[in-house]
Write a protein that binds this ligand. Sequence first.
Ligand SMILES: [Ca+2]
Length: 544
Amino acid sequence: MESNEYFTFGHLLRLAWCHRRVGFLAILTFVLILLWRSTYLPNDNHRWSTSYYSRFYRERELLSRKPNIVFILADDYGWNDIGYHGSFIKTPNLDRLASEGVKLENYYIQPICSPSRCQLMTGRYQIRYGLQHSVITSDRPHGLPLDEVTLPQKLRENGYRSYIVGKWHLGFFRKEYMPLQRGFDRFYGYLTGGEDYWTHRRPNGYARDPSAFHGLDLRDQDKPVLDQNGTYSTHLFAQKAIEFILSHERSKPMFLYLPFQAVHSPLEAPTKYVEKYKDVTHPLIKIYAAMVTAMDEAVGNVTDALKRTGLWDNTVLIFSTDNGARENAGSNWPLRGWKNTLWEGGVRGVGFVNSKLLRKGNRKSDALIHISDWFPTLLRISRSVSNGTKPLDGFDIWDTISTGTPSPRKEILHNIDPLHRKTASSSFNLLYDDIFNISVYAAIRSGDWKLLTGDQGHGGWKDSDTSGSKFEYAVDPPTKHLWLFNIRNDPQERSDLSDRYPDVVQELLQKLAAYNKTALPPFWPSRDPRANPALHGDLFGPWL
Ligand SMILES: [Ca+2]
């Protein structure tokens, strides 16, 4: 046996020597393949499995083409109002899409509509362009400033065809502020913050203020849509998104931005969805749940259309809320507070990503991510460049989502709003007010710490049950205007640590002060009677 092996080995050596050039080339090729593979190996510990490599090579193949990007934004959708967070509300499509992809469990948005949308569109905090106060209203001449570069602008520069279906809410007092002028090729939707789901008129039951302007707010490009009175907006926007998907020219990548009206007020839902919640006794919660289920079905229909057309395999789907649930409907349990507050219930949001481009799907991510991060992240995966943008506050978090590497983001400025109502009793605090006026409404997250100042409304905790009666209000003294929490240990914001860690308070106040020095003054013009739709053919639109 031994002589045989010796003979075989020696024979091979002689053979290799005779054909040494071929052998050298084979070894060189083998080494080069090993080097090439190791260059692309992720940082974490993957098993060398067939499924991993098929996914890995598929990502490489797909990223060599520009991926389609579909961004679905829900409106006022609460942290707890999705099946996988324990809700009684039926969301089978969202649950399935989330479980196939990556659930973003440490994901932050802004507490109200326009600020979340402007940060999504620019990758920049709202203090950078004077939009730190409230939302963009339908009767004030303001909007996302024109010198801010938007996400669809950059994607379009890189060959994308861009669609928006649904709510804009970033200004329209002059035509230059409207979606078609901000980077979208196609616009089907509405300009203001909310309206009737069937008539598409504002306010029409949405606001009881008799001085509020009335008018139609639904457009196809720049023309009013007059034939959809009676079509529920969740169905209408899903149907229009599907039409865009079906007619999309396949030679171009697609950016579809689908900001649903759902589930913003007014609470309105078709009967067939309300009937699914016969057992829910609370009338508002019953309708809210029906609205969520209608949206869930719409998301399922849109993703089915992407699959039918073959676009799905090269698509990155992102689902996000724009802020937490309102106090009267929906639930952010177990988080404190609700929409329009800087408590976690206002700013920590439901979000997930589903895509075949993800290297590691079927998991939850605990990485700190903010809505401003989508701008650089989506530019990166679309292989667009950020030339021409102003300095970004967002981080490219694709690797964090796709492979689970640590998030580059360590801090979030939730907001500083000097126009927000200040604390009633704001006696000077010797320890802190030299650094930052703690009667001003502000909040910042740094690492696991979160600091809140000013009149925060104190918030509370609303359980996710169907009666709506399980409410617990915070018991802070009414004049309290400084809180420090360790969010990782205390995500419910129950234990204020500001007395225990004054050095941490000072450090975070210094960060707030540094941000504040870079802020533009908030732009908050007066209401303008010329905005009245009655002066413009019963249609909300530009008035200057
Ligand atoms: Ca909203």
